[in-house]
Write a protein that binds this ligand. Structure first.
Ligand SMILES: *[C@@H]1O[C@H](CO)[C@@H](O)[C@H](O)[C@H]1NC(C)=O
Ligand SMILES: *[C@@H]1O[C@H](CO)[C@@H](O)[C@H](O)[C@H]1NC(C)=O
Ligand SMILES: *[C@@H]1O[C@H](CO)[C@@H](O)[C@H](O)[C@H]1NC(C)=O
Length: 357
């Protein structure tokens, strides 16, 4: 189970050694039962010119046949039928079609999906792997309208990377088991080039496609730093929280970090009237955050990778609840590292007097 990035090899040859090599050949050792998937958005003529040979399995074909998805969006693999075979993939000089080759022998019920800019891939039972083959401007991979029906054994776990990845191994970034009462997520942001979903049963539905990154938190979803979990780059992102009038919101967040690296992520919850509360999460610990009150936005600052599964709920309007519960901004985190940025105000006094307007 390995990924061969045929494109990068090819570019190297074409750019730097075109005078020496007539063609570029990739050899992949393969066993009986090995399935090879060809992920590409190249045009058919170019793909026809890229040949595939495996002597012992009597395979002599080209990539075009394996690059077109079936009706459900998944690919037909090339399957090796002989022991100790070698798959030889050759492309002619000048052919620069990007092709990624993905190989697996052990994963049961594996479905491999290329995602194109116009794809809308629906649920299919099994272990599902998704690859971004297009890169539409500014868009990212997303799972939209995720429904989890627990009564039909529905659950979903999502991992970065593909089954069999070694560095890092597939890394959990979403689990529907986390919040028992949340059965619908509007959007999971997945700014990665590939990810996989655990075996799921009939109690799940979703659409995988390209979409815009989240800017306003909805009732439930996931936000993520690009290249999670291994990409370490500073980020400072603000998410608006949708709230109408005097409505009070409860916000629940479960961050996932890359535990192999040590870094801090600050999640600042910003309430109305300029009050904000910061919470620092070390990457080595599981953090949880719950906040309630007149929340306007949430700012996430990190020097490393994060994925945050969240949900919000409307608690009430400030006009109808007692001051003590309804209007005091409150934040609880499991890491006990909260700090108040604006300590001079008495929230109770401020909010209580505003209620009397
Ligand atoms: C490529 O494969 C297709 C489908 O198997 C076949 O029709 C075509 O002749 C092949 N082209 C070449 C150049 O081998
Ligand atoms: C495959 O290769 C392994 C290691 O080289 C060898 O032990 C085994 O006998 C080979 N199997 C067949 C069927 O050729
Ligand atoms: C949201 O609030 C309502 C009313 O209090 C409650 O019934 C529901 O379970 C809450 N949803 C979640 C996901 O906690």
């Amino acid at each position: 189970m390995r990924l061969y990035l045929a494109l990068s090899c090819l570019l190297l040859v074409v750019e730097s050694e075109i005078h020496i090599f007539e063609s570029k050949t990739t050899e992949i050792p393969a066993q009986r039962g090995t399935r090879i998937y060809f992920l590409t958005n190249g045009n058919e003529d170019d793909l026809r010119d890229i040949t595939i040979k495996a002597e012992k399995s009597h395979i002599d074909t080209n990539v075009s046949k394996y690059s077109v998805p079936q009706v459900d969006g998944s690919l037909n693999p090339l399957t090796i039928t002989a022991d100790n075979d070698t798959v030889v993939i050759t492309r002619p000089v000048g052919n620069t079609t990007p092709v990624t080759v993905y190989q697996d022998r052990v994963t049961d019920s594996l479905n491999v999906f290329p995602v194109f800019s116009n794809s809308a891939i629906q649920f299919k039972s099994g272990k599902n792997v998704f690859f971004a083959v297009d890169k539409p401007n500014g868009k990212i991979l997303t799972i939209k309208n995720l429904k989890v029906d627990r009564q039909n054994n529905g659950f979903l776990r999502a991992y970065s990377g593909v089954p069999g990845d070694l560095i890092p191994p597939p890394y959990l970034f979403f689990s529907s088991d986390l919040y028992d009462d949340v059965n619908f997520y509007q959007q999971l942001d997945i700014p990665l080039s590939d990810f996989s979903l655990d075996v799921v049963f009939s109690g799940v539905s979703y659409t995988v496609s390209f979409g815009e990154a989240t800017t306003t938190l909805q009732s439930a979803g996931l936000v993520m730093s690009p290249g999670f979990p291994t990409t370490m780059q500073p980020s400072d992102v603000s998410y608006t929280v949708r709230r109408t009038g005097d409505e009070l919101i409860s916000l629940h967040m479960n961050p996932y970090f890359y535990r192999e690296q040590s870094y801090i992520t600050d999640i600042n919850v910003k309430f109305g009237f300029g009050v904000e509360q910061g919470n620092s999460f070390p990457s080595e610990l599981n953090g949880r955050l719950s906040a309630s009150g007149a929340i306007n936005s949430v700012e996430v600052k990190s020097i490393g990778a994060f994925a945050i599964q969240y949900y919000t709920n409307s608690t009430a309007t400030s006009g109808t609840v007692p001051v003590e519960i309804g209007t005091t901004p409150s934040v609880q985190t499991t890491t006990k590292s909260s700090y108040l940025k604006q300590a001079s105000l008495s929230f109770l006094t401020l909010f209580a007097s505003l209620l009397l307007r």
